[in-house]
Design a protein around this ligand. Structure first.
Ligand SMILES: [Zn+2]
Length: 470
């Protein structure tokens, strides 16, 4: 018998070091002691201290937590960081990573629409599970999604333990492959999931290119009636802005404001092509923006989201990865890095979007966008215990000094540094392993379900548009 191949040793992790919380104490009370706490509280304190949580919430953040009745675990080798909030994506598209590279938005959508038409609940659920696994392993504990078959996404959220803000895609009835009217489907979806502890359902108009005035206002009325958020694509490409202007005589933000759509609890993704007037309107109306720099750069949308001006006008700006078909990663660490570099380079200003602002955008600002800053986005007493433990001995976090940790998170940290992830005080990733599901099973399902979708690519879809014509 030939000798069996032995796996290569991992150079970074000679032995597992997770602060193991026993299963019986899943929801606390638990005290993690001596961690480097990146609190993201009002004073943005970074301190050595303890985290006590029970019933899904923090009851102590800082030195000398009471230990009575708690399972006490040493966490001195770790930094505790609030769970990342990914404010824009299409998680079920995880089966389509790499399917439409090297194309602009219209070429990209041409491929995606052809494949999307074939999707069913089964492959949406499998794709969502793969994407959620990637997000959890990357320290993301909340995400905002825009897609259809969202019941399948909600089931994956329920199973894997993440927090999902799930927007049912709404567009004009004559433009959709959905059965029935998209607005009615969104309403029914909200009704089915509104009481789930970790699923927040909402309606999500796709964009001005597929939504009429009636559709926009219908989505707004539904959001008002059900007191839910509203999420949509906004001014991502110059072409979409120009075509809308040619059709209506107005730029998208001006038009959306004139028809009476814009208001608080609304989150527009991208916001690349905005004028000063439009930025002012977004600020006045209380609309939030999900900045998706990797997707914008990869699809070559040409412009740069005016993050600094938006923030100056009082607009909340979060970070979004968009889908893996256009990013091609769901890493919020990577997104912080790219967002920072892009603004600095574009504005000739190394001080633009400093590390502290980038981490804010990935955590507390994202929580504000979702209208949940009262219980998400920072390590504070009373908030939900959503956080990650980063190994301070990981090469990308050295030197692990308190005054440098925020810089490391924004500019150098890699997913491999994330050891454990907690949502609602429950450990959903331990020692870089999902606790609620088997990655091997998720991966096998994903490979199987991806196969027919990839075979449905339209002819020529793999040919880069940049290839010279023959
Ligand atoms: Zn998108």
């Amino acid at each position: 018998m030939p000798p069996r191949a032995r796996p290569l040793p991992n150079p970074f992790y000679p032995e597992p070091r997770s602060p193991v919380v026993s299963d019986g104490a899943k929801r606390g009370p638990v005290v993690l002691t001596g961690a480097l706490l990146v609190t993201q509280d009002a004073r943005r304190r970074v301190v050595r201290g303890d985290l006590r949580f029970e019933g899904g919430r923090f009851t102590h953040v800082g030195p000398d937590a009471p230990r009575m009745g708690a399972e006490v675990v040493d966490a001195t080798a770790f930094a505790a960081v609030p769970g990342f909030v990914n404010t824009h994506g299409h998680v079920a598209m995880s089966l389509l990573r790499g399917i439409a590279d090297e194309r602009d938005l219209s070429g990209f959508l041409e491929t995606l629409f052809a494949v999307d038409a074939r999707r069913v609940e089964k492959d949406v659920e499998v794709g969502a599970a793969a994407g959620i696994a990637e997000m959890l392993l990357g320290g993301t504990t909340s995400f905002l999604d825009l897609y259809y078959h969202e019941d399948a996404v909600a089931r994956a959220v329920d199973r894997l333990g993440i927090r999902g803000f799930l927007g049912w895609a709404v567009l004009d009835p004559e433009r959709t492959t959905q059965k029935g009217r998209p607005l009615d489907n969104a309403r029914a979806f909200i009704g089915r999931w509104k009481d789930h502890p970790r699923v927040t359902p909402l309606a999500a108009p796709q964009g001005v290119y597929v939504c009429s005035k009636e559709t926009w206002l219908g989505a707004r009325a539904l959001a008002e009636e059900t007191r839910t958020l509203c999420h949509f694509h906004l001014s991502e490409t110059r072409r979409e802005v120009h075509e809308h202007e040619a059709k209506t005589g107005r730029r998208p933000v001006i038009w959306l404001d004139e028809i009476g759509f814009l208001g608080p609890r609304m989150i527009g993704a991208h916001g690349v092509w905005l004028t000063r007037r439009e930025i002012e309107i977004l600020g006045t109306r209380g609309v939030g923006v999900a900045h998706c720099p990797s997707s914008n750069l990869k699809l070559a949308v040409g412009g740069v989201c005016p993050v600094v001006e938006l923030q100056g006008a009082g607009v909340r700006v979060g970070l979004g990865t968009d889908s893996v078909a256009s990013n091609n990663s769901l890493s919020m660490l990577r997104e912080m890095h790219v967002a920072g570099l892009l603004q600095k380079h574009h504005r000739w200003d190394p001080g633009a979007l400093p590390a502290t602002t980038l981490l804010d955008m990935a955590t507390i600002e994202g929580a504000h966008l979702l209208g949940r800053a009262q219980d998400l986005g920072s390590l504070e007493v009373g908030k939900r215990a959503d956080f990650s433990l980063f190994r301070l001995d990981h090469p990308t976090l050295v030197p692990a000094r308190p005054e440098a940790i925020v810089s490391h998170l924004a500019y150098s940290a890699e997913e491999g540094a994330i050891d454990s992830v907690y949502v609602d005080g429950e450990c959903v990733v331990r020692g870089r392993t999902l606790t609620r599901a088997s990655w091997e099973e998720i991966r096998r399902d994903a490979e199987r379900e991806a196969d027919p979708l990839w075979k449905a690519r339209p002819p020529g879809a793999t040919t880069p548009e940049t290839e010279p014509a023959r």
